[in-house]
Design a protein around this ligand. Structure first.
Ligand code: 13P
Length: 252
């Protein structure tokens, strides 16, 4: 059986302050050993990356960003932040294609796949978010939606690109709603996602981390994380509370 390292990532979204970032990180550091065999990753808003990078220096916790510019180089792109800048700040990962960016900022599968490629070209591991809306689930379209979202990246980046990327299954109806996918619902889609990659390359499919996001909390984490194809979590609300987030980490 393949052993995939569990990854517990906190997506802080547009939350925090200088002080809150320092407090949260100092509480989290005490709960993660240097030789932990799980990965904890924090994705704070851009303005707090520098403080987070300083606080995490020589700690086992990793740093990531929530978004990346589609353009490879510096230039006249007002408001954008490039992958090179993120690397400069100590980021190792970047979230691409979060459903909030798809729904609120018009990011299409094409934009997401460009960001995925740029992230890798600049040495960042993309965390590719996919997932269906409630309406799509009720219409029985979950697999078709997820297939389209992943296929676009396979077509543009190639399946080998998934040897240095993470996939996050985040059903849109479970994000910030308190509704969580059941462990069986999560497992069904995670295993479908792995089979999509496996159609191209079975070895890469067996190694790629597929993490779950959508109202993951300490009380449901253990069950979700015990499923065969659930390799970690992408945690929103509960990642803003050190005790909750550490409890999820320990459940992995
Ligand atoms: P919640 O954990 O708040 O539901 O958010 C999940 C999410 O969107 C993580 O990216």
């Amino acid at each position: 059986m393949t052993v995939r390292t569990p990854l517990i990532a906190g997506n802080w979204k547009m939350n925090g302050s200088t002080q809150r970032t320092q407090q949260l990180i100092s509480s989290l550091c005490s709960g993660v050993a240097d030789d932990d065999d799980r990965i904890m990753l924090l994705c704070p808003p851009y303005p707090y990356l520098h403080i987070a990078a300083e606080a995490l220096k020589s700690k086992a916790i990793m740093l990531g960003a929530q978004n990346i510019a589609m353009e490879p180089d510096s230039g006249a792109y007002t408001g954008e932040v490039s992958g090179l800048m993120l690397k400069n700040f100590g980021c190792e990962y970047v979230i691409v294609g979060h459903s909030e960016r798809r729904a609120l900022y018009g990011e299409t599968n094409e934009v997401v796949s460009n960001k995925f490629i740029i992230a890798q070209a600049q040495g960042l591991q993309p965390i590719l978010c996919v997932g269906e809306t409630l309406e799509e689930r009720e219409l029985g379209q979950t697999q078709a939606v997820v297939r389209r979202q992943i296929q676009k990246v396979i077509d543009s980046a190639g399946s080998a690109a998934f040897s240095s990327a993470v996939i996050a299954y985040e059903p849109v109806w479970a994000i910030g709603t308190g509704l969580t996918a059941t462990p069986d619902q999560a497992q069904e889609t995670h295993s479908f996602i792995r089979s999509l990659i496996s159609e191209q390359d079975a070895t890469i499919a067996s190694l790629v981390q597929i993490i779950y996001g959508g109202s993951m909390k300490s009380e449901n984490a253990k069950e979700l994380l015990s499923m065969d194809d659930v390799d970690g979590g992408l945690v929103g609300g509960a990642s803003l509370n050190a005790e909750e987030f550490l409890a999820i980490f320990q459940a992995a």
